[in-house]
Design a binder for this molecule. Structure first.
Ligand code: NAP
Ligand code: MG
Length: 401
C-alpha cells in the first residue's frame, strides 16, 4: 500500500517521561507505516529546554504561527523537585503558558466518548466541550489581608492623572480584599476563538456569567460576546444552523446537567478551571480528554489533557510493566493530521485520522484496553493490556479495517 503524502509539515513538539515513550510508539506503530509523515520537530523535553534556555519552546510556538497546526506531547512544568532532578539552570516556565501567550489562544477540552465507559450523568449522550478563557480574573489578582479598622478603596488613575474612586468597604475589624482585572482585547479574542470553534465543529455555543450581580465586570463579558457575535458571526451561525446563547451561569449549570451534550460551554477563567474537572471526571477519565489551543486567527495546537504520567515512567525506568493509556495522545495526532488534511485539501489524510480514531475506539469496545479503563468499564469480557500491547492491538484493528 502506498503511503499518504503530506504537503505542509506539522509542528511536532516532543515532551517528557511516559508520554515521550508513548509518542515514539505511536509514531512507529500507527503513523509512519501509513503516512509519509512530514513534521518540523521541536524537542520540548525538559533537558533540551534547559540546554536552549527555553528558546526551543518559543521557536516551536513561532513555527506553529507559521504553519498553522501543531501537535504537542505532555511536558514537565518544573518545580523545586525538578530543578534538582534535571539540574536546571532556571525554573523554566510552563511550556503551555509560554505557547498560549504567543498564540493568544483559548483552550478547548472535550471528552472522548466510547461504548463501555459511561458518563455518571445518564443523559450525556454526546461530549460537552469546555472553552476556558485563559487570561486574568483571580489568576492575576492582587490581595490584601486587612489587619483592622480602615477604609478600602478601588482607585483607577488615568494617564493624565484623573482618578476614579469607589469605596469597597469601611472595615470596623480585620478582613480581606481582592483586586482582579481583565482586558477588552483578551475577552474579544476569547469570544472570537469560541465562535470560530463552534463554526468549525458545528456545535451550539453556550456562555454563562454572573452579570446580574457583577453589573460591570461580568456584564462586560456578556456585552463583548454579543457585540462580536452580532458584527461577525450571526449570519455564519444561521447559515451553519447552530446557535449562540448567553444566560446566567446558574441557569447554564442547570441546563448542562439536563442536556444531551454536543455543545460548547464557554467559561470565564475560574469557571472553566473548576467545571472542566467536573465534566472530565463525570465523563470517565482524564486519559480520555482531548485538548486543543485555538488562536483567534485560526492557529491550532493539539495535545492530551493529562500530564507526563510520572509515576508510570518511574516504573518503566525500573523495567516494570506499565499500562498507560495512549488514547488522548493518539487523538492529539489525529486532530492535527485531520486539520492539516483539511487545510491542504488532502482528503486521504483526514480520512486516515478518522480511521485511526475509529480503530482506537473499536479496540476498546472489543474489550481490549489499558488498566485505567478496565477498572471503570461496564463491558464484561475485558483484557487489560500493557502500554505497548494496547498500541499494537490498535494497529491490528487499523490494518483489518
Ligand atoms: P498526570 O501526568 O496527568 O498523571 C496523574 C495521574 O493520573 C497518573 O499518576 C495516573 O494515575 C493518571 N493518569 C494520567 N494520565 C494517564 C494515562 N494516560 N494513562 C493512565 N493513567 C493516567 O499528572 P501529574 O502526575 O500530576 O503530573 C506529571 C507531570 O506532568 C508534571 O511534571 C506536570 O508538570 C506535567 N503536566 C503537564 C501537562 C501538559 O503538558 N499539558 C498537564 C498536566 C501536568 P495512577 O498513577 O493512579 O495510575
Ligand atoms: Mg482545575
Amino acid at each position: 500500500m502506498e503511503k499518504i503524502k503530506m504537503t505542509t509539515p506539522l509542528v511536532e513538539m516532543d515532551g517528557d517521561e511516559m508520554t515521550r515513550i508513548l509518542w515514539q510508539m505511536i509514531k512507529e506503530e500507527l503513523l509512519t507505516p501509513f503516512i509519509d509523515l512530514k513534521t518540523e520537530y521541536y524537542d520540548l523535553g525538559l533537558e533540551h529546554r534547559n540546554e536552549t534556555n527555553d528558546q526551543v519552546t518559543i521557536d516551536s510556538a513561532e513555527a506553529t504561527k507559521k504553519y498553522g497546526v501543531a501537535v504537542k506531547c505532555a511536558t514537565i512544568t518544573p518545580n523545586a523537585a525538578r530543578m534538582e532532578e534535571y539540574h536546571l539552570k532556571e525554573m523554566w516556565k510552563s511550556p503551555n503558558g509560554t505557547i498560549r501567550a504567543i498564540l493568544d489562544g483559548t483552550v478547548f477540552r472535550a471528552p472522548i466518548k466510547v461504548k463501555g465507559i459511561d458518563p455518571c450523568v445518564k443523559n450525556w449522550e454526546k461530549p460537552i466541550t469546555i472553552a476556558r478563557h485563559a487570561y486574568g480574573d483571580i489568576y492575576k489578582n492582587v490581595e490584601i489581608k486587612v489587619p483592622g479598622a480602615g477604609k478600602a478603596e478601588l482607585v483607577y488613575t488615568s494617564e493624565d492623572g484623573t482618578a476614579v474612586r469607589e469605596t469597597i468597604h469601611e472595615f470596623k475589624a480585620p478582613g480581606i480584599i481582592q483586586g482582579v482585572h481583565n482586558t477588552d482585547a483578551s475577552i474579544r479574542s476569547f469570544a472570537k476563538a469560541c465562535f470560530n470553534y463552534a463554526l468549525d465543529t458545528k456545535q451550539d455555543l453556550w456562555f454563562g456569567a454572573k452579570d446580574t450581580i457583577s453589573k460591570k465586570y461580568d456584564h462586560n463579558f456578556k456585552d463583548i460576546f454579543q457585540e462580536v457575535y452580532d458584527a461577525d458571526y450571526k449570519q455564519k451561525f444561521e447559515e451553519a444552523g447552530i446557535e449562540y446563547f448567553y444566560s446566567l451561569i446558574d441557569d447554564i449549570v442547570a441546563r448542562v446537567m439536563k442536556a444531551k451534550g454536543g455543545f460548547i460551554w464557554a467559561c470565564k477563567n475560574y469557571d472553566g478551571d473548576v467545571m472542566s474537572d467536573m465534566v472530565s471526571s463525570a465523563f470517565g477519565s482524564l486519559a480520555m480528554m482531548t485538548s486543543v489551543l485555538v488562536s483567534p486567527d485560526g492557529v491550532y495546537e493539539y495535545e492530551a489533557a493529562h500530564g507526563t504520567v510520572q509515576r508510570h515512567y518511574y516504573k518503566h525506568l525500573k523495567g516494570e510493566e506499565t499500562s498507560t493509556n495512549s488514547v488522548a495522545t493518539i487523538f492529539a495526532w489525529t486532530g492535527a493530521l485531520r486539520k492539516r488534511g483539511e487545510l491542504d485539501g488532502i482528503r486521504e489524510l483526514a480520512e486516515f485520522a478518522d480511521r485511526l480514531e475509529k480503530a482506537t475506539l473499536s479496540t476498546i469496545e472489543s474489550g481490549r484496553m489499558t488498566k485505567d479503563l478496565a477498572l471503570i468499564t461496564s463491558l464484561e469480557k475485558v483484557t487489560a493490556l500493557n502500554s505497548e500491547e494496547f498500541i499494537r492491538e490498535i494497529r491490528r484493528t487499523l490494518e483489518a479495517m
